[in-house]
Design a protein around this ligand. Structure first.
Ligand code: ATP
Ligand code: MG
Length: 311
């Protein structure tokens, strides 16, 4: 276990490198660094959230780049909790969450990217995808949904999944070349931990509503899902839109790592508050002089008092 000082985790350890062969069994599902839970919850996590807020404000103000965070996982790995605990802290005006369930009749009448494209965030915003286009190379495959779907028969051949990876890679590249960054997060939960959480859904009245027989059926396909996830992680992790395999057995740790990954990509985008034009700058100065005449107090002093009050 790696020893950690001041909450700094090297998140690159969870990133899938381009063309890397992925064996999920080699990636940890439990926290694998020596970091104190209490300290993370009381200090490190809130600090990262504060930084995220500042970056989000800049992203929004600059209105140039967009960011998409894709969350994929087995059932009960904590996608909803991650959304609620990490992203719900940000300004709701600049964040949207799209959850992709079984496609509706209307969605099935279109290509698989149609509903995903409709949910893309505008520039300046962060879009969270709770499941995504990756379902169309995962669940579709496990349950052979392609054979009962509406895709023309002559287009279904052995290469269809490789073709889809190519389509996905091209689409993500296109988005990147148009100013939209994407990071993809696979919440890596162990089969034992999933069992505990499903039991909780059965016995805990407040969690009952989350339980579905579907979860049990999907659990029976655990190994198949694992193998298909390995293949997709290998084929679709790119430097410009990487996959991260995040340990998901300890919720507090997962949320901290996801927050750090998000902060990392925002730092890479490096958004800046827009600069005023010389004309706007002059207007601002004129306005400042007007206000000055209204008060005896130095304006800087008024500002400091206001800052103090806000704290
Ligand atoms: P939880 O993790 O809490 O169970 P969830 O994301 O699984 O939440 P559910 O409403 O339980 O939400 O399930 C949504 C279901 O929709 C999943 O089983 C998922 O595989 C399925 N789904 C999503 N996209 C597609 C798709 N393109 N084709 C078929 N099924 C899909
Ligand atoms: Mg589910």
């Amino acid at each position: 276990m790696e020893n950690i000082k001041k909450g700094k985790i090297d998140i690159d350890r969870y990133r899938v490198k381009e063309n890397e062969k992925v064996n999920l069994k080699k990636f940890p599902t439990k926290r694998d660094v020596n970091i104190d839970k209490g300290e993370v919850k009381s200090a490190f996590f809130p600090e990262v959230i504060e930084q995220l807020k500042l970056y989000q404000e800049k992203l929004y103000a600059q209105n140039t780049y967009g960011l998409i965070i894709v969350l994929q996982a087995m059932d009960a790995a904590g996608k909803d909790g991650t959304v609620n605990h990490v992203f719900a802290n940000l300004d709701p005006g600049g964040v949207s969450v799209a959850s992709f369930k079984q496609p509706t009749t209307e969605e099935k009448d279109h290509d698989y990217m149609w509903r995903i494209n409709k949910a893309l965030p505008p520039r300046g915003n962060i879009g969270i995808f709770n499941r995504s286009h990756y379902e169309d190379v995962i669940v579709t495959r496990v349950h052979n949904l392609i054979s009962t779907g509406q895709l023309p028969r002559d287009l279904i051949d052995r290469n269809i999944w490789m073709e889809r990876y190519e389509q996905i890679n091209n689409w993500e590249k296109y988005l990147h070349q148009n100013g939209f960054y994407m990071v993809k997060i696979f919440l890596h939960v162990s089969k034992e931990e999933q069992q505990k959480r499903l039991i909780d859904r059965i016995f805990n009245h407040e969690k009952n509503w989350k339980f579905s027989m579907g979860d049990i059926h999907e659990r029976e396909h655990w190994d198949e899902y694992r193998e298909l996830y390995e293949e997709l992680l290998e084929n679709t992790s790119k430097d410009r839109s990487p996959w991260y395999i995040v340990p998901a057995d300890n919720k507090w740790f997962t949320r901290y790592v996801v927050a750090l990954i998000t902060l990392g990509v925002l730092k890479k985008i490096d958004p800046k508050f827009p600069k005023l034009s010389p004309e706007e700058q002059k207007q601002l100065e004129r306005f400042r002089d007007m206000i000055k005449k209204e008060t005896d107090k130095p304006l800087e002093e008024i500002r400091k008092e206001m800052e103090k009050e806000e704290k």
